[in-house]
Design a binder for this molecule. Sequence first.
Ligand code: ADP
Ligand code: ZN
Length: 721
Amino acid sequence: MIVGVLVELSAKAVDKVFEYNVPCELINDIKVGIRVSVPFGRMTLEGFVLEIKDSKTTSKDLKDIISIVDKDIVLNKELLELGKVMRDKTLSTLISCYQVMLPKALKAGRCGNIKYDTYYKLNNNYDDIKFNDKQKEIIELVKNGPVIRKELVDISLSSLNTLVKKGILVEEKSEHYRVDYSDEKFVKPKLTVEQKKVVDEVISNNNNNTYLLYGVTGSGKTEVYMEIIEHFLSLGKTSIVLVPEISLTPQMINRFEKRFGKKIAAIHSGLSDGEKYDEYRRISRKEASIVIGARSAVFAPLENIGIIIIDEEHSDSYKQSDPSPRYHARDIAILRSKYHNCSVLLGSATPSLESMARAEKGVYKLLSLPHRVNGKELPLVNIVDMNKEIRKVKGHFSLELIDAIRSRLDRKEQVILLLNRRGYSSFVTCKNCGYTFKCPKCDITLTYHKSSNTLRCHYCGHGEKVYDICPSCKEKALNNLGVGTQKIEEELNKLFPNSKVLRMDFDTTSRKGMHEKMIESFKNQEYDILLGTQMVAKGLDFSNVTLVGVINADTSLNIPDFRSSENTFSLLSQVAGRSGRSSKEGQVIIQTYNPEHYAISLCKKHDYISFYKQEMMIRRDLKYPPYYYICNIRVSGKDSNYILSEALKIKNSLERNLYSTIILGPSSSSLFKMNNIYRYNIILKYKREDNLYVALSKIIEHYISNNKIKVDIDFNPSQMI
Ligand code: ADP
Ligand code: ZN
């Protein structure tokens, strides 16, 4: 047998299919889509079998396949085709598209690690011998079917061994999945009229629609998802639910487990490689029909899909930025829904502008849940103007926030504090008046470059010198902003020495299982205050939390990104939604230097629609998405002069080949120099450009064997750094 194998070459070389012979002993297991390891020059590489070229003969000129990586794990026809579409849409290699479809745990060398349980059953025709009491006890047990080893060992190990040796008991191995879901029964709530309307619309009109469910925090979206999934389950269909990694907490998984038991497979970073491997195989074997996971779960090898749900659809975690393929899970979900003729349901309390605009145009169907389920109001939001406060207090806490925290501590209620630390670029701000420097052309915050003591725009390259006097208030109070959770924790300990503060950030949650443990102990009220970064903002549901404080709303506003207002509005709305989720009334306090900014003042009113309208006008004026598409071309390499001159050549060639595209840059990236690699960005803005893919492909082609330079293309980048 001769097969064509797409080989996993790590260099940026072309995708190539090479031919190999299949040795006799592997012929029965070879399938299209299976992963194999093959000799390649002096190396051993992995690859995917893409075609069976000849099922009968072999060729003397070809080498043999070494082995099959895992015979259970095969990319099916749908996924193989999907990979090709992805390659074309993201301009990445086909092999990288196939690789991203399989979890890392299934990569070379780690697979094959299957756990087994040993069972014993009675041999049908055994010789009758005299049994002692222990042996009799064992035989009694196994009479009714296989029994797991542990139970029999508990009676007597030596009796067990004797019975096996004499051929009375037979040993059987059965696969043991490392993740277990309970099948406990549970009563589901009766849906509200609003919820029911949404469910009915989605299940009755099942012909490949994309729905956008705009539902405020606590409006019962998750309950709606589960109802829809149950419907499709009853039709024998499967479902995918995507959630941002950060909200894929045990709280969330538990809700699905309670409803669907062993039908679910949850794939998240809290699992060990072995656990992931088992979950994936349960999916491949059709034992799980509901897959819950982060971005890459959109590739779950389910068949007969009934619905694909993307919760918190605005989250930028659905876009893979690095490495390629730079895909968006939403696009993949829509592609898969076409194949399965099913619908996609996007849900959010703060839909992305792109999705809302599509809903407005009728490309997506808009559904909404405007009220919280239990008739509760959304929490009251107070804005504290830090420009005034900064003269009164020393640290980062306003008097109002201090008072509010104190009253919760007195009442034994809990507090969540958000330290907004989105992004990692440095920008300059005035400590006195809150002034920040913005690009006059692109309206994004300028980034500070220490080496040249300048402020630069990362979109268009505009630069200006830094002075130490604020152009707005004329005070000498310019400062690089940035404060860590540790510093805030210290302040809290001083302000409230008797309170228990739980700090949740990247450092404290990096150990496996810590994130879960922290959430659990906060829920059990072992702590009074949960202080954290973005990870405290999403998906958490604590009934005793009645105050949410945002220490600094401004950092995310000042990120050099055209989405900074949108991201701030959605972050603040999300975190506000953590307050007052049960019977106790909730409050939110937002500290800011920009109290008049619409992202903040409209969050106070919980007014997404007005925010959407205002932001859309800005996007239109400045030619940003959703009015224009954006594509970022990143040019990087060790020699900054060379990189810049090549970047200029790329720009020139694009200018010659594109007709209606706005081309910005090259400008130095905010991570201009990282690990001695310099990066420049060229940004394209376009509405329609028929020649774009051809022009970009040519550029990629041109540099493909040039080791001094790397060209990365990112369509619809989620962030531009
Ligand atoms: P969202 O996902 O929109 O934030 P959830 O689905 O988490 O909302 O619902 C918020 C809370 O209300 C949860 O505790 C959920 O169990 C509860 N809930 C949802 N729907 C109903 C309902 N129809 N009746 C009673 N409780 C409900
Ligand atoms: Zn600019």
